[in-house]
Write a protein that binds this ligand. Sequence first.
Ligand code: C2E
Ligand code: CA
Ligand code: CA
Length: 905
Amino acid sequence: MKQFRLLNLKLQTKTTLYFLIGLLGVTLSCLYITRYFFLVSLDNLENVESTRASEQAYNLINNMVEELEGRSYDWAYWDETHTLLLDGSVKEYRERNLLEGSLDSLSLDMMIFTTLRGEVIESVTHQQEDDNRFVNNVMSEPAIRHHVQAMNKVMDSFRESYSGLVALDEQLWSVSLTPVRNSDGSAASSGWLLWGQNLSLRFPGNFESILIAQSEIFHIGQPHQLSLIPEIDKSRHYMSRTVDLVGMSGTPVAHLKTTLERVHFLKGNVLFSYLFMAVAFVAIVITTITFLLFRRRVAVRFSDLEKDIDQLFSSYQLEGLNQPNKDELDRLVKLVQALASDSSTTKEMLQDTQQKFEALYESQTIAMVLVRGREIVDINKTALGLLGYERDELIHQPLDLLCEDSQQPECQIDAMYRMFQQGQTQFEAQMLTKEGENIDCQIEVRSIRYQGNVAMMLSIRDVRVHKQQVKLIEDLAERDHLSGLWNRKAIMEKARGLVQSQPNQFALIYISIPNLMQVSEVYGHQIFDQSLESIACLFGTELSLFPVGRISSHEFLVLIEHESDCQIAEQGAVQFKEALSRKRQIQTLMLDLKCQIALIEPEITHHSLDMLIHSSIHALEVTRNSAAPAELTRVGCSTLELAQAAAAIKRDLESAIESKEIHAHYQPIVDSKTAEIVGFEALARWQHPQFGFVSPAVFIPLAERDHQIIKLGESILEQACEFMTQVDKIRRSQGKTSLTIHVNLSAAHFYYPGLPDYLVHIIQRYNVLPGQLVIEVTESMLMGIEDEVIARMELIKSLGVLFALDDFGTGYSSFSTLCCFPLDIVKLDKSYIDQLEVNDRAKSLVRNIANMAQELGLTTVAEGVETASQARKLKNWNIEEIQGFYFYKPMPEGELIKLITGVNG
Ligand code: C2E
Ligand code: CA
Ligand code: CA
């Protein structure tokens, strides 16, 4: 764990530590080596000195032995001694020579006189006790004994002295054995003189002061221990050298130990301590300075390096490098490896990107312009092709050259730069070509570095074709594919938009071509499509300035977006109507596609579009029913109100029928000759609680459109029959014949399959007599397959019901109708009657119709007779019956009952 922690140190700390350890190591090893060589030298010096001291002591001992031997000749070559040993008196000798103190004066510790055979004659020693034993010991010393014996075997003249060291009683002795001769040495030796000095006591003695080292003799006479002692022994303060002292017998008899104080060593050690301290101090100073310098110069940079490495790590998102045992260098190595591989990848990517960019720049589809500030610095071929310039004409020119509105306070380029600053990069703009044409372009702006500066790369796409296509697609989505006009959704949206954005400032034209509905059913789709194309073509001619849309199979809407254009539009619409009023040739057919046109005035264009169209439809219906339809129906405030009323009426219609709020009034029909009532026409009446009297001309078409007409028709039929039963009852009570009752039927009701059964039911219920009920039909109702119509009429007639042809003389009136259909009565329309006074042609027409009807067996009824003159004429022309205000107006049931009862009763 400790090891990891050490390894985990920052590089700066680690480097510092390594440096310190290294410096310390070098310093210490230098010191150690120095000390080693110093000590070796010192040791050698000490050894030399020790050897010298030892040799000095050794030589001194040798000298003492030699000196003892030398001095012994004085006594050995002395006649007295010679005599003593020859045959002398010991006592005398002693008295004369061996005085007390003689040993000391001779610096001797032992003096022995022996015979040649070694027998002791006299001895003097410093030994106090057991002197003889000691002397015997000396004499039995092998070396002495051996010398004595050896000398006894040689000639006297060859007898010589012998000296050396011996150990006696654990004392080292210097001993000399000298033959005793006379003073001149001419006599044969008479014995031996043995002198001994106790070196254990006398060494170094007075010589101590001249000895270099302290010397001592020890381990005397213990040969087994002698060899165990090291030659040199060193303690901290002293060193000693031990040498063997070889005795007379040739073996070591003692050791000489010289002990020296280790002066040089101790001095050297002190010196070395000073040196060590000095070096350590210097090392610390150097280390400190280095450390500080390192910290300031290197460690801080290491620290920065580490931060940079960390940043690079995070920016390169390198993994696996934050391991705890990795220091900066490890991480740096990895980083460099990563960077190296990254760099090569980057280089490849850069090359790829460069190639891509070059490919893009040379692209045939994207025009590119490089701009610095507003100056064009580069431009590709596509851009040159698009703008129609040569390269030289644009390089270093301002970008404004390509902008038409560059003189404006904020031209397109200014706006683009401004928005680019705000972060927008895509722009739509127009670029000016050399020819002066403005091209719709989409520009993408990117900021790039170019030659060390910021520049902008404009990628320009010509979007003209694209825009056209978009418009086309939009158009297709909004166009009616048959006519090419706007479709319902599109034109309605546009119109609604106008209602929202500019109410009362625009107008609309509503056009209805009702026959178109039948064209598809009767002639098929192909003819319908071609009819539509023909109509669209006519729109193109007459109303080309205005958007036109088809809002249903047969309805169209024209937008007049500006009020001021109303007059032009009106003229165009009138011409359109006029053109359509003529039959149009579609393939081999001549089709009647006449139209109705309503101009929706600006004064009401704040209303909802549905309301405006509804009002137009209503207005056109009203117009259609009028005697002289106008070229163009104006739909203003009043029309709108009417239409609104109509809408309300339509809303209330059903309940009005059910509650009999719509009920029948009856207009009497009289005999032209007698003016007697012969019958009645039932006419529907509606007193609306809100709008008052509502004309059947209004609510009957509404009921037809709303599929309420059958209910209404049945209601009126029933009321009429009930009324007739009452009348019959009164007349029967008066003894009079029954009267007829006319009921108007709509086309839808006439063709309603349930009609015959219903009639049967009514007839039975109210006991209607045959010929009493008359159904009024119009010519238009009889249009269709003639045989089927006739068959239907015959069926109804078989129930005892009569048919009257209503409104004869209007519309498609033709005499053939009178012949072909099984009619019983013909009712001349009021329009003929009105003309009687003024129009001779009408007169003859009426007369002829009357004649013809008579011939066909039809009863003629004249409608709308208002004057006596008219009545008279009609009577004269044999018109059988008359209906008109001149005689009676339509009256409610009660009034008529009273009338019948009163007048005739
Ligand atoms: P219509 O069948 O021709 O009815 C005669 C119309 O002429 C009635 O108008 C009547 O009031 C009016 N009239 C009669 N004599 C004179 C006259 O001397 N002078 C003038 N100015 N008018 C006269 P009304 O009631 O307004 O009916 C109009 C039309 O409504 C009728 O024309 C008829 O086509 C239709 N209608 C009325 N009631 C019914 C009904 O119950 N069912 C159906 N299907 N249609 C009806
Ligand atoms: Ca009628
Ligand atoms: Ca009529």
